[in-house]
Every structure is written in structure tokens, then in C-alpha cells.
Design a protein around this ligand. Structure first.
Ligand code: 5GP
Length: 176
């Protein structure tokens, strides 16, 4: 059991299983992008451990960069706006692989994909460690999924509860 702030979390996916699955995802990416030079885009803060583990097993000629997403309700008719902080990389005509910790409703990725389109990326695909069932609300190019998990709050392996718990070695699930 792990205690973070006032809540208790129970073991859900251990780190050796995560590493094993991450290697499988990396193998698939290596095969799918053979001969190409994609840009990996890690979404901070949550993806930093998963991104590091995944990237170790990528054998393509490629680069990695990280962005922080700030989301707020826009005043335009398009609704939510997602600003990418620190996205200095030129993405024009680049194949982008987004690395996420978890896709829940999919809203964040849905809006961020618009930003990538504006930056004229050649293509965009998403590699996420975790996906919750609600994610199907949006039609997202989630080509690489570590684990589909139930709609319960999880922490560890980079994911936080109110800033803490990111250093827990493995994914832990909120106790009922
Ligand atoms: P979405 O826009 O897909 O609904 O939200 C995705 C974001 O919500 C993730 O990047 C993450 O920050 C947060 N999130 C969703 N579910 C969980 C969860 O179970 N645990 C943690 N720690 N964060 C979550």
C-alpha cells in the first residue's frame, strides 16, 4: 500500500511489467517508423519516467523534446485552448510521436493535436502508457497503448496526486 496525502493506493501494475510492455511498444514504433526520423514529444510532467524508459529502447535516428500543456477555456467558439509551453522545436513536415502518461477523456490530446496541425507537422500519433475507457469520446490517433485501465484514479511511475506520488515505482490504484 502507498499513502499519498490523505489517500491510500494499492498496487496495480508493477514496474517490471511496465518495462516489459514499454519495450514491446518501442519495438512496434521502431518497426513502424523504420527509415524515418520522428520527433518524440513528451508531455510534462506526468510522462517523464515513461518517456525515458521508452526512449532507451528506440533505435531510430530521432530526437526528443518535452512540453508542458496549459489548458484554459478560450473565448472563441472553439472552446478549450491548449497552449504548449516550451515547444520551440520546428515541427513543419515532421512525424511527431506524442508521449503521454494517461489519456482519460481525451480532451487534452484532442486540443493539442490542433496545435500540431497549426505547426504543420506531417503526421502525429500518440503513445500513452495508460488509457481509460472514457478516452473513446474523441477520435484520437492513439496508436500505442501500454495498458487499458478502468476509470479509477491511479498514481506512480510519473503520475501524481496533487503533486506527490510520482516517484512510486509502479502504478497504484486508489482504494475504494
Ligand atoms: P484528459 O484530457 O484525457 O481527460 O486528461 C488527461 C490528463 O488528466 C492526464 O494527463 C493526467 O494529468 C490527468 N489524469 C487523468 N486520469 C488520471 C489518473 O487516474 N491519475 C492521475 N494521476 N492523473 C490523471
Amino acid at each position: 500500500m502507498e499513502k499519498v496525502h490523505d489517500k491510500t493506493f494499492k498496487p496495480y501494475i508493477n514496474s517490471s511489467r511496465i518495462i516489459e510492455r514499454t519495450k514491446e511498444l518501442a519495438d512496434k514504433i521502431n518497426a513502424d517508423y523504420e527509415g524515418r526520423e520522428p520527433v518524440f514529444l513528451g508531455i510534462l510532467n506526468g510522462s517523464f519516467i515513461f518517456a525515458g524508459e521508452l526512449f532507451k529502447h528506440i533505435n531510430l535516428n530521432c530526437s526528443i523534446t518535452f512540453v508542458k500543456l496549459a489548458s484554459y477555456k478560450g473565448t472563441t467558439s472553439t472552446g478549450n485552448i491548449v497552449t504548449a509551453i516550451g515547444l520551440e522545436e520546428i515541427l513543419t513536415n515532421k512525424d511527431v510521436i506524442i508521449i503521454e502518461d494517461i489519456v482519460d477523456t481525451g480532451q487534452t490530446m484532442h486540443h493539442f493535436l490542433k496545435t500540431l496541425k497549426e505547426r504543420e507537422a506531417a503526421s502525429a500519433s500518440i503513445c500513452t502508457l495508460l488509457r481509460k475507457p472514457d478516452a473513446v469520446q474523441f477520435d484520437l490517433p492513439i496508436d500505442y497503448i501500454g495498458f487499458d485501465i478502468p476509470d479509477k484514479f491511479v498514481v506512480g511511475y510519473g503520475l501524481d496526486y496533487d503533486g506527490y506520488g510520482r516517484n512510486i515505482d509502479g502504478i497504484y490504484q486508489l482504494e475504494d
